[in-house]
Design a protein around this ligand. Structure first.
Ligand code: KG4
Ligand code: ZN
Length: 339
């Protein structure tokens, strides 16, 4: 089956054409990062407006790059939530209009469902597996028993990991979004120069907390009388990233052991982080686990990732009605077959 997937939940407008939920024929991503950077974060009204401007062009380009026309498309998959409601509505409205006009079946999927199944676009991974979703809005551990079968094992109690990267970058004056720049600086700094806290590391639960690390960075930086020089910035970045990575790594390994899972998938924007990739790709196999990351181009928001679940739901005839609405807040264990 050939599906057109559309993603507009935050600050990337994306459309993809995917065959059989596995083979990417095109995956066009128009980022709004430059628009929001000057405000230090995503401005929801601007995001909606930019999605409206970009969406038709992005969809046309995705069809063109795939060498297909709308006549070839057998299903439309769209992010239904969670995300910025105005942004989601742009993708959803276009998807519904196209589905109605062309009589193409429509299905709405969960954004994190897209992320956590995205490595299946590149390789076969047997279920069940442990999913660590690390993005700007999520830091969750899931048991993934199959497409549409998700159980939450742990979650952040405050900030998401990506949010912590963005907030720390902002307080260090490094701009928005912060993940990439901290990742780059951290590679040149000493991760042991500053010992930032590892919240909840020794507690038995599988939950996370990142706002304390962010506050510790803020307090540390306030201790300087002069603006930080490049070397100091590199050490702060390295120390912060080491704290986040250690907590994510240790809790992920613990979750896998406690739930008897042998495979781990890490996905979402923070899965691009080189420190996290190195840490889990070495500690995982040492603990007898197979660890999978999407390639960097598929870690951030993109439409192709939606097609894995979308294709499966369409195959099962689980299509959405044309009054399908966006949901700003939606727990993954309420998505999929359980809905
Ligand atoms: O999945 P994503 O593109 O959008 C959401 O669904 O939120 O994730 C975006 C988040 C941002 O917070 C960004 O700073 C973070 O992913 N990020 C990174 C890196 N690249 C992106 N965080 C750490 N290291 C990176 N290399
Ligand atoms: Zn995302």
């Amino acid at each position: 089956m050939l599906v057109l997937a559309i993603e507009s939940s935050c600050d990337e407008t994306s459309a993809a054409v995917v065959r059989d939920g596995r083979q990417i024929l095109s995956n066009v991503i128009a980022s709004q990062v430059d628009v929001h950077a000057r405000y230090g974060g995503v401005v929801p009204e601007l995001a909606s407006r930019k999605h409206v401007e970009a969406i038709s062009v992005v969809i046309e380009e995705s069809l063109e790059k795939a060498g297909v026309t709308l006549d070839d498309i057998q299903g439309i998959v769209v992010t239904r939530g969670p995300g910025l409601v105005g942004a989601l509505l742009v993708g959803l409205s276009v998807a519904k209009a196209m589905a109605f006009a062309r009589g193409i079946p429509l299905v709405g999927v969960h954004h994190i469902e897209g992320h956590i199944l995205s490595p299946l676009l590149e390789q076969d991974i047997a279920f069940p597996y442990l999913g660590l979703a690390v993005s700007g809005g999520h830091t969750h551990l899931y048991r993934i028993d199959g497409i549409g079968r998700y159980t939450i094992l742990g979650r952040t109690l405050d900030d998401a990991a990506g949010e912590a990267f963005d907030k720390v970058a902002k307080l260090l004056g490094l701009g928005y979004p912060g993940g990439q720049v901290i990742d780059r600086l951290a590679a040149e700094g000493d991760p042991t120069a500053i010992d930032f806290p590892r919240p909840l590391l020794h507690q038995k639960n599988l939950d996370f907390s990142f706002s304390g690390i962010k506050t510790a960075v803020l307090n540390h930086v306030r201790g300087y009388t002069q603006p930080l020089n490049d070397e100091q910035l590199r050490h702060v970045a390295a120390g912060f990233q080491a704290a986040v990575v250690e907590v994510l790594t240790r809790k992920t390994l613990r979750a896998a052991a406690e739930h008897g899972l042998k495979r781990v998938v890490v996905a979402g924007g923070v899965a691009c982080n080189r420190g996290l990739r190195q840490s889990l790709l070495s500690a995982g196999p040492e603990a007898g686990l197979e660890v999978f990351f999407p390639s960097p181009g598929l870690c951030g928001d993109n439409a192709a990732m939606l097609a894995v679940a979308g294709d499966a739901y369409l195959e099962q005839g689980r299509t959405a009605p044309l009054d399908l609405n966006a949901v700003a807040s939606w727990s993954l264990d309420q998505a999929g077959w359980m809905e």
